[in-house]
Design a protein. Sequence first.
Length: 279
Amino acid sequence: MPIHDQGYRRYLGTRSAIGGSWQVMTRAGVMALISKRQFIGLMLFAWAPFVVRAVQIYVSATFTQASFLAPKGETFREFLDQQGAFVFFVTIWVGAGLIANDRRANALQLYLSKPMTSAEYIAGKLTILLVFLVGVTFLPAMMLLLTQAMFAGSLTFIANNLYLLPAITLFSIAQVLLAATTMLALSSLSKSSRFVAVMYTGLFFFTTALFNALRGITGRSSFAWLSPSASLEQLGDVIFRLEPRYQLSPAIAGLAVVVMIAGSIWILTRKVRGVEIVT
């Protein structure tokens, strides 16, 4: 039977840009989450403090007798502190299975056998979590600031507290990156999303308990660097120009947060590989 050589055929398709594969992963992950009613309910509930604060701002701007409810610079620091609880729950809901589920299904090899690098894979997974964490921290805080200007009918408050714009931005970045990178690193260490959730919960509660125990024994709060949550709180006070709540240098608090984030990224680069190394 004769064999006919078809020769060279020019590729007529479109070639995706190098480094853009993570966007497909992020889009799919975000769409999968927003299709779940329970998760949408959690996200809406996370905006409840914003509604309460907005009502307070409206009342203070409308009624002179309620001027004591008028927002101050520390109001936005307190608001982001309140959102910390929602950061915790959203991080567990979204992040626990991001890599753990892929490891359980041996999908890492499949992902990385395609034109996708480990850095793209990590970026895609990390962005999924960042999208929702920004949605419960930076976005409502900025909306609250705009709400104040709208109800007041002027930009006087913002002009007098211009530092709030970079303060909200910087603290939200620190808050979101600390939670997201830590969770993703833990997710890369296990094949069980439930165990990852337990590890994340244990990490923050244990370190906080350890810090409080040492503070009770020594009578000093200089060991706040042992707790990621306490270090973040100290950093937030400094960013918002408030009196620091712990006897800890802001530089050490910032260093503790940076080390936690950098360590999590290092774990991710070691664990996210196309071939799993068994020792």
